[in-house]
Design a protein around this ligand. Sequence first.
Ligand SMILES: Cc1cc2nc3c(=O)[nH]c(=O)nc-3n(C[C@H](O)[C@H](O)[C@H](O)COP(=O)(O)OP(=O)(O)OC[C@H]3O[C@@H](n4cnc5c(N)ncnc54)[C@H](O)[C@@H]3O)c2cc1C
Length: 232
Amino acid sequence: MSTIHTAKAFVKGVIGRLVFRDATVTRAEALGPHFRRLVLGGPGLGGATWSPGDKLQVFLPGVGTRAYTPVRWDAAAGETELLAYLHGEGPGARWARDARPGEQLQVFGPRSSLVVGGPEPRLVFGDETSVGLALANGANRPAVLEVGDPREMQPVLEALGLSVVTLVERGAHERLVEAVARALSAHPGAQLVLSGRAAAIQAVRQGLRARGVDLGGARAKAYWAPGKVGLD
Ligand SMILES: Cc1cc2nc3c(=O)[nH]c(=O)nc-3n(C[C@H](O)[C@H](O)[C@H](O)COP(=O)(O)OP(=O)(O)OC[C@H]3O[C@@H](n4cnc5c(N)ncnc54)[C@H](O)[C@@H]3O)c2cc1C
């Protein structure tokens, strides 16, 4: 780890003791080979103001923070829920893979990121890391997700009750643009919310513009990019 990263992790550790919320993993379950649902609870999560699309940063000692998207937040009970994609060997993915009930941690947030849910219709674009965002938007609301393995992903979506999702295998940007364009015409007036892999967001934006689609109200947030760590 570089000196800058070590210094950042140290500063976050100091700040963390002042502003982070204490939480405990109360439930951890596999939804598929690369997906886990993690329920966090505790008095520290009470009284928070959460809006669908907000992010929560999990503090990993010696590393820094990793961002996840709460699916729900019960401020009265002090409970929230995350859906973590186990992409590989990053510290966040390792934490999500190994988390067990009873494990204590510190989290920072919820803090604003994208806006979903609410009365306005919204179409979520993203990938495996955006399943939480899609669910926070609403189980019956549309989403287009680029994924490594659609066959592995389908049962995960079914278990979560996400019913209006188009899956596109990662790598085919033209098919991705086509799927988003179709979903937009099937849901006229729906505002586009783009998340997930940075290059896919860019490709979808460019592709839709090239087709003359008006992206006026679209909002975007890159959740990850190859070689970058801990985007928030
Ligand atoms: C606002 C926000 C909300 C997010 N919400 C969620 C969420 O609800 N659920 C969730 O699972 N993720 C979510 N993410 C994405 C997650 O924070 C990143 O995937 C993060 O990089 C994981 O941390 P890590 O320590 O495992 O990997 P890092 O140490 O951050 O990254 C190491 C390397 O792993 C690779 N990598 C990172 N993510 C992926 C990926 N998804 N697929 C393939 N390779 C990858 C990259 O090459 C990267 O350089 C969110 C991100 C943001 C910014």
